[in-house]
Design a protein around this ligand. Structure first.
Ligand SMILES: *[C@@H]1O[C@H](CO)[C@@H](O)[C@H](O)[C@H]1NC(C)=O
Ligand SMILES: *[C@@H]1O[C@H](CO)[C@@H](O)[C@H](O)[C@H]1NC(C)=O
Ligand SMILES: *[C@@H]1O[C@H](CO)[C@@H](O)[C@H](O)[C@H]1NC(C)=O
Ligand SMILES: *[C@@H]1O[C@H](CO)[C@@H](O)[C@H](O)[C@H]1NC(C)=O
Length: 279
């Protein structure tokens, strides 16, 4: 009899525990008569035994060192034909196709079930940080540089620069994907564009496996009417600045007035007033 091969793809985040599923829904099986092998299906691996259950017992004699103490069957579910394997603390080196094979020993040994699980690893990128030219400097027409960075993601990301005024994609000037020691990636990209009076730039970091897009936005302060939050902040700052400037000019004015009055008095009656306020 041929046995249909189930094939599943699962995505796990780095460091998580993940379950590789292998469920037989046929007749009742007796654990004592079974051999369950979880192995790596990719040919090029030297060691392929991930977990083995022989005559109702875990057998570690052939288990690869890489999986020692990291695998568990669900003992309460085995009798129900659930041979799923819990793999602890997954890392990039666990990215394989795994095969579960269930053999039954009666008069002769036969395979009763098999399943394949493709394990893909992923890690979310951090919220990107976008920096651009100082918002209220008037650099219209000049070339300005934006930079965007993010980290701790897996696998390698896609980076998009988007002009939000027309949603067009802009080609990055520079794109660096830097591998970290823990197997994740950091990304750094720059964009050079001619400045306009109303720049709205978005940097987006895509993790294809997780279907995740994280983005950061830059909004140029509008020259006349500010409507974005950023220009609002600037207006506030400008308001406080104007207040301070007003106070300072009043103080200076009083100073000048005092000097002028003193000078006038001195000129009129230099001897009399010289010992008072004017010194
Ligand atoms: C594991 O299996 C081997 C043969 O594959 C056998 O010699 C050994 O006794 C088994 N160990 C345990 C603990 O069952
Ligand atoms: C597995 O765990 C046992 C007991 O906790 C320990 O002695 C052994 O060193 C561990 N093996 C590995 C490869 O971590
Ligand atoms: C998980 O695995 C990584 C290596 O891949 C190791 O550095 C870390 O200590 C492990 N964490 C636990 C809780 O075992
Ligand atoms: C992420 O954003 C890019 C650019 O806008 C788009 O092409 C892609 O389809 C998005 N991916 C997801 C998963 O939303």
């Amino acid at each position: 009899a041929t046995i249909a091969l189930e094939k599943k793809i699962i995505v796990s985040k780095l460091g998580d525990n993940t379950t590789l599923s292998c469920i037989y829904r046929g007749r009742e099986l007796h654990l004592k008569n079974l051999r369950v092998y979880w192995q790596i299906a990719d040919d090029q691996e030297e060691c392929t035994v991930v977990h083995a259950l022989i005559s109702g017992q875990d057998n570690e004699s052939e288990q690869c060192i890489h999986f020692k103490n990291r695998t568990q069957l669900f003992w309460d579910r085995l009798e129900n034909g659930d041979f799923s394997l819990l793999l602890l603390n997954v890392s990039q080196s666990d990215e394989h196709t795994y095969k579960c094979v269930v053999l039954e020993k009666a008069e002769y040994t036969s395979m009763v079930h098999q399943a394949e699980v493709v394990l893909s690893l992923a890690a979310s990128y951090s919220q990107p940080i976008l920096s651009g030219p100082i918002s209220n400097s008037d650099s219209t027409g000049e070339e300005v540089t934006f930079s965007c960075r993010s980290g701790n993601g897996y696998p390698e990301p896609n980076v998009y620069w988007i002009n939000k005024t027309d949603n067009s994609h802009l080609p990055p000037s520079e794109l660096m994907i830097i591998p970290n020691n823990n197997g994740t990636y950091s990304v750094f990209s720059t964009l050079k564009v001619k400045a306009t009076s109303n720049m709205q730039i978005e940097c987006s970091i895509e993790n294809k496996i997780l279907h995740e897009n994280l983005s950061a936005n830059y909004t140029q302060q509008k020259q006349s009417n500010g409507s974005s939050t950023e220009s609002h902040k600037n207006l506030k700052k400008n308001g406080r600045g104007a207040q301070a400037a007003g106070i300072i000019s009043v103080v200076i004015l009083i100073g000048i007035l005092a000097v002028v009055i003193c000078w006038l008095r001195r000129r009129n009656s230099s001897k009399l007033v010289s010992y008072t306020v004017c010194g």
